[in-house]
Ligand binder design. Structure first.
Ligand code: F3S
Length: 762
């Protein structure tokens, strides 16, 4: 199922390519550089590249897509006119399954409700030669780690947590669907050469601390912007003490740092993980290249000479953390929560505890968390919060079921949901008596933006490790520190929990049931359909009346003029993630229908002029209305409009809907203080202008009734600023410079109307 021939060819050339790179750069190499330079699209283009400045074209080995983003990616691929994908690829049905009653019922409902979308994805996968993982097979990143990832490889995925595969030493990068189309059509895939941040790990985790706490600690140090346009490369003795799945957790949440991807070196743990998951052949090849599946020794001795920044972390000093609410970088060591919680007005009672997601649903995670659940039973502790478990894959679920782990959770009242994203992506039918009450939930997920899990703005979501999540469910308190605090059991006795214990690998090995190996079992159960080798004549049917799927019409090319007197659509105040721009939850059902999903445009963003969400002034009629309604009005009057925003605009996911929706509604420009990497690329790919204030204070000059012009487009060139002019209602005006990061090819995308239009022209 893993394209073993592709992997063999890759390793056959790997070491000699690295010698060539070392010879050209004339210095030792970081691991990130080894992977990037061995994946250049055109080997003849090899030359030193300036990190953070130069762009380069790459040839990733694989593409993975999840169902919510694959729809738009495949709709674009269909317009590219190819018969078969150019590289191995897979589609994973994980985002559209709602968590409500439990796995069996919820899967049945999802298959019925999403039939049209699943049929589309299955038929398109089959037609174009893409592996198809059906609903219930598991979450994209867990499935990729278990089946497709290999050390030294490079992949892209239409999901921001694709970097999860870095736990197995693969440079795995989250992108939008248009980037996926580049790779699927065999075109070069472009990336600005990232900075490289070295993270030197020492020591070993102790007690209740888990790999999750490593990344929660780093988030506290670097914030959600700290990894922007950077690869996080881990090295040092400390890396050896972490399991592959623990490393994957750390790499997964590198996305929360804004990092391009994260990487761990190949080691014995990775070797064993490959063997335990049925990839002995890959392990044998990787072992032969082990010396090049890590940074060169000189880099590790003198990291400050080769990394752009070095962070030293002693794992033995890391304490369990709870990060939140509302942002994953609000880091609090558990011992400080007692003081910090009340001081910040956090609701201190934990109402729901949720385990799982692509971040934390490995066998090790579940077995450690289950050891806490078993203690609760033995100590006669009553669970204070509702407990929900979402396994990451069918292989994990089946193995955990066989080994009694899921029964350990059920014994303390947990509900086991489907192997899917569920509450992590707002697909949670939460039952609550009063959703106006401020309430706290704790999850082992990776994101905690306001409204993300249950759509309720009054929910304060905190992120921790799975074992801490269970401990807090038992205590029902946000400030419970299991290392120091007692709990009172049903007999009124004070008891203490012991440190969690678990297995890195299942003592009896992984299983998917009794029908042979994992993959053939999944195939027999219809959960996996392998890719076809050849193009098939299969029809991909999209009903013209569908409310879920809509064929894409190409966006219009640039008309050759500067942008004149565009009304301000919204001036966004504060954090604006892709969740704010294109909300998930109930809107996920429209991910294949651009017109319908555009109705959610920026509904979560706060209008700087009234402090309200989804209420902006329409300059045509002076009425306050939904952002999408105002944009539609401007579009109907043949007017473009402009979005103004603050820092890190588009933080969060890879969903390109956040770029396609404004494009569809005739928004021409997003002018921000700064952008998150994937979203900035998505805007460029869809033919939008992504500009930044040369002077961030100019943001303050933008007024509600402004008409805004952008000049300089006729001479649009790399590195050359454009000029923005605000014409205020009172007739006065302000002009200032706006910067951009467009290179020449990206300027061609803008001119053509989108990268896809440009591809079809060439
Ligand atoms: Fe799914 Fe949440 Fe991961 S939406 S892919 S489980 S971040």
């Amino acid at each position: 199922m893993l394209d073993i021939e592709m992997v063999k060819q890759f390793y056959a050339a790997y070491s000699s390519k690295i010698s060539t790179v070392r010879g050209t750069l004339k210095r030792p190499l970081t691991y990130a550089e080894k992977i990037l330079f061995t994946h250049l699209y055109d080997e003849a283009s090899l030359k030193p590249l300036k990190r953070g400045v130069d762009y380069a074209d790459f040839r990733p080995n694989r593409v993975a897509m999840q169902d919510a983003t694959a729809q738009m990616a495949l709709l674009q691929f269909m317009n590219a006119g190819r018969e078969h994908v150019a590289v191995p690829a897979s589609v994973h049905c994980d985002h559209l399954i709602r968590a409500d009653e439990g796995a069996k019922d919820d899967l049945g409902v999802a298959c019925k409700e999403n039939k049209e979308v699943y049929d589309f994805l299955r038929s398109a996968s089959n037609k174009y030669g893409i592996g198809f993982w059906g609903p219930g097979a598991g979450i994209i990143h867990q499935v990729v780690l278990e089946n497709y990832a290999f050390p030294g490889g490079m992949m892209i995925g239409t999901d921001s947590h694709t970097p999860n595969a870095g736990g197995l030493g693969m440079a795995a990068i989250g992108v939008g669907g248009a980037d996926a189309v580049d790779v699927l059509t065999g075109q070069p895939w472009e990336l600005r050469m990232p900075r490289i941040i070295g993270v030197h790990l020492h020591g070993e985790l102790q007690g209740w601390a888990a790999p999750k706490d490593v990344i929660l600690t780093i988030l506290g140090l670097l914030t959600t912007k700290g990894g922007t346009n950077a690869i996080m490369e881990y090295f040092g003795e400390g890396t050896k003490s972490l399991s592959t799945t623990g490393k994957a957790t750390i790499c997964n949440m590198g996305a929360e740092l804004g990092a391009t991807c994260s990487l761990f070196p190949y080691d014995d743990n990775a070797d064993e993980y490959l063997c335990q998951t049925g990839r002995e052949q890959v392990a044998t090849m990787a072992r032969q290249h082990a010396v090049d599946l890590r940074a060169d020794a000189d880099v590790e001795f003198h990291p400050e000479m080769y990394y752009d920044q070095v962070i030293d972390l002693d794992l033995s000093k890391i304490e369990p953390h709870l990060n939140g609410p509302f942002t994953p970088d609000a880091a609090t060591p558990i011992s400080q929560m007692r003081e910090k919680g009340p001081a910040n007005g956090y609701p201190m009672n934990v109402e729901v505890a949720l385990i799982g997601s692509c971040t934390n649903s490995s066998y090790q995670d579940l077995s450690r968390a289950a050891s806490v659940a078993r203690q609760a039973l033995a100590l006669h502790l009553k669970v204070k919060a509702q407990l929900i478990v979402c396994p990451g894959s069918e292989q994990i679920r089946c193995t955990a079921e066989r080994d009694g782990i899921l029964d350990d959770f059920r014994a303390i009242g947990a509900v086991v949901m489907a192997n899917a994203c569920g509450p992590c992506i707002g697909q949670w039918k939460r039952h609550t008596d009063d959703n106006t009450r401020k309430n706290a939930i704790v999850t082992s997920f990776n994101r905690n933006f306001r409204r993300r899990a249950d759509g309720n703005p009054n929910t304060y979501a905190f992120i921790g490790s799975p074992e801490m999540t269970v401990a807090l469910a038992l205590a029902g308190k946000l400030d419970f520190n299991p290392a120091t605090d007692c709990l009172v059991n049903e007999e009124g006795k004070e008891v203490m929990l012991k440190e969690p214990q678990g297995f890195v690998f299942p003592p009896q090995g992984f299983t998917c049931g009794n029908k042979g190996d994992a993959i053939s079992t999944l195939e027999q159960e219809g959960l996996f359909v392998p890719p076809t080798e050849q193009h098939t004549d299969m029809n991909v049917v999209i009903s013209p009346d569908s409310q879920r799927l809509q064929r894409l019409e190409p966006f219009a090319a640039w008309d050759g003029n500067d942008l004149q007197d565009m009304p301000l659509l919204i001036k966004v105040k504060g954090k604006c993630t892709t969740d704010h721009i294109s909300m998930a939850g109930p809107w996920l059902r429209f991910r294949g229908h651009l017109q319908n999903i555009s109705d959610n445009l920026l509904m979560g963003a706060v209008n700087a002029f009234n402090g309200e969400s989804n209420k902006v002034k329409d300059q045509i009629d002076g009425q306050y209305k939904a952002v999408s309604a105002a944009a539609k009005d401007y579009k109907a009057h043949n007017m473009g409009s402009i979005i103004v925003a603050e820092d890190n605009y588009g933080e969060g996911s890879s969903r390109e809907h956040a770029a396609m929706e404004p494009r569809f509604l005739n928004v021409k420009v997003v002018l921000a203080k700064s952008f998150a990497r994937i979203h900035e690329t998505n805007l460029k790919k869809q033919g939008m202008l992504a500009l930044t204030f040369a002077n961030k204070d100019d943001y303050d000059k933008v007024q509600e009734d402004d008409r805004i012009s952008v000049a300089g487009l006729k001479a649009f060139a790399p590195g050359k600023p454009l000029t923005v002019t605000l014409t205020h209602k009172d007739g006065t005006s302000d002009s200032f410079e706006a910067l951009h990061t467009y290179n020449q090819i990206q300027i061609e995308w803008f001119k053509a109307g989108s990268a896809l239009n440009n591809l079809l022209r060439s």
